[in-house]
Ligand binder design. Structure first.
Ligand SMILES: Nc1ncnc2c1ncn2[C@@H]1O[C@H](COP(=O)(O)OP(=O)(O)OP(=O)(O)O)[C@@H](O)[C@H]1O
Length: 241
């Protein structure tokens, strides 16, 4: 079973991503800030994780290391038993992981539809039936982005609509792990619940490992496992239900 403790971790077959003794320090001109300290954790397939923690506790930093955007100052991150550095960060990001960024990071010279189909092409995602375009339009529609909005430049959509496009872009891709940094921040309660339902279905029906950074207790309550980052350490919060 995956654990978040200071003791050595144990390998499990279900582990898709493993962090071993991961520490991370930002070095500025005047001082060094150690944000993560000796984190050992194994993330499993088919599981929805919520990561909670006070502002500035290092949640986004942890996500950037786990999603292959950055490498830890010390320790290793491995996907299916292979160190990301050996696998190649670009290859890992393109083929195995999708990320919903806090600032959306949509390609601003494209339409919503192009953002989604472009990500599907990069990850080599082929729908079981129909074209990528048809699949993308269908998913966008499910998240309230109709054809007129889907074919409009993304900068001409509202913040909440852009956030939904960013979510669709990630869920449209056939990947092993989906990371999402505050994915429901700009959304109303009903839409946020719909996103959580989608994440749960991805984990439970498709076997994806879904990792969501959030300040939302409602989202955390519906996750399978809740992790808390505080003072550089990651601990698992027992489920009360
Ligand atoms: N590139 C950087 N250089 C220096 N310090 C950084 C850098 N990125 C983040 N930090 C610092 O690292 C700490 C953790 O930041 P991080 O963004 O990971 O926290 P967070 O838990 O995601 O915060 P929030 O909930 O507010 O989004 C903060 O003190 C932040 O100022």
């Amino acid at each position: 079973m995956a654990r978040a403790t200071d003791t050595p971790d144990t390998t499990t077959d279900a582990a898709v991503l493993r962090l071993r003794r991961v520490s991370h320090t930002y070095t500025g001109r005047r001082r060094r800030t150690t944000v993560l300290k000796d984190i050992d954790y194994a993330l499993e397939r088919g599981t929805l994780y919520a990561i909670l923690g006070p502002s500035g506790s290092g949640k986004t930093t942890l996500l950037s290391l786990a999603s292959g955007l950055d490498t830890p100052t010390s320790g290793t991150v491995s996907f299916d038993g292979r160190d990301l550095k050996e696998l190649g960060l670009g290859r890992y990001r393109n083929k195995h992981a999708a990320t919903v960024f806090q600032q959306y990071n949509l390609l601003t010279y494209m339409t919503a539809l192009q953002n989604v189909t472009c990500a599907m092409e990069i990850t080599g995602t082929r729908p079981t039936s129909g074209s990528r375009r048809a699949r993308a339009l269908h998913l966008l529609e499910q998240f309230g982005i109709d054809r007129a909005m889907a074919t409009r430049n993304v900068l001409r959509l509202s913040g909440g609509q852009q956030q939904r496009v960013a979510i669709v872009r990630a869920i449209a891709c056939d990947v092993d792990i989906l990371f999402a940094d505050e994915p429901t921040g700009s959304l109303d309660e009903d839409t946020a619940q719909g996103i959580i339902d989608t994440f749960r279905a991805l984990a439970h029906d498709e076997g994806t490992c879904v990792v969501v950074v959030t300040h939302s207790q409602a989202l955390a309550a519906r996750s399978d496992r809740t992790l808390v980052l505080r003072k550089g350490r990651l601990t698992e919060q027992p489920k009360t239900r």
